[in-house]
Design a protein around this ligand. Sequence first.
Ligand SMILES: Nc1ncnc2c1ncn2[C@@H]1O[C@H](COP(=O)(O)OP(=O)(O)OP(=O)(O)O)[C@@H](O)[C@H]1O
Ligand SMILES: [Mg+2]
Length: 262
Amino acid sequence: MIDFSHITKSYPNGDVVLNDVNFSVSPGEFVVITGKSGAGKTTLGRLLIRDLLPIKGKIVIDGEDLNQIKPKNIPLIRRKVGFVFQDYKIIPDKTIGENITIALEIGGYNRKKIQEKITELLKIVGIPGKEHLFPGQLSGGEVQRAAIARAIACEPAILFADEPTGNLDKDTSVEIFNLLKKINDGGTTVILATHDVTLIGLNPDRNIHLEKGKIVSDVDGKPSKSEPSSDSSSLREGTPTWPAGPRRGKSHSTKRKININK
Ligand SMILES: Nc1ncnc2c1ncn2[C@@H]1O[C@H](COP(=O)(O)OP(=O)(O)OP(=O)(O)O)[C@@H](O)[C@H]1O
Ligand SMILES: [Mg+2]
């Protein structure tokens, strides 16, 4: 579904920030990309939505080579890949409902469906009935949930969540992680970028670790432990990392899609 092949990226007048990055993601996977600040996580996400082009290498999504894609088709890629931005990009002087409406209008939903979808999306992300509030009237975790609702509004096949727990306490981070897991259980491929390595203790399918723009490990392993809970004890320092082995390119079965029909 997603294939990064020999991706190298530098910004104008800057150093190389991604250096020969290679990985593939299968439909339905939940991949956590970890790495310290500056490792290249956001750059990787921006490449995925064709916000940036690599200086070397090729990215293919569902057979579409992003180097070759025509500008008029870039919105199709962005519809396929929902993006939760590191800085939210929620418009402060619009209500949560209005923020989500913008995404739904771009996705071609009519007025009646938009209202139904907003109600349903806010339920899915755990902030039902908050559509009339402004972002400033929500907690940080709730704004993050709203940002996730907006990102999944048009039912993208892939969700890239860039540091969605960056400013949150541990309990709320676990809740957001579990929300992403629920979305993944509904069939969406989820890529979570984070500097918080403790999140991998919560059993994603797979962890790709970046250091200074290079993949230094790519391991997978389904949990043999209990399901993650909202109990922050599972995030304490020293949490055993989940059973990990070198990645062997397992394929994942297609999962049920969340029923948020147009
Ligand atoms: N627009 C830009 N112009 C020049 N350099 C940039 C730009 N964006 C990012 N960089 C540089 O690229 C490197 C990787 O940045 P990136 O934002 O991808 O890292 P990150 O892993 O997301 O970090 P963080 O955890 O702090 O969000 C950094 O050294 C950064 O300074
Ligand atoms: Mg970043």
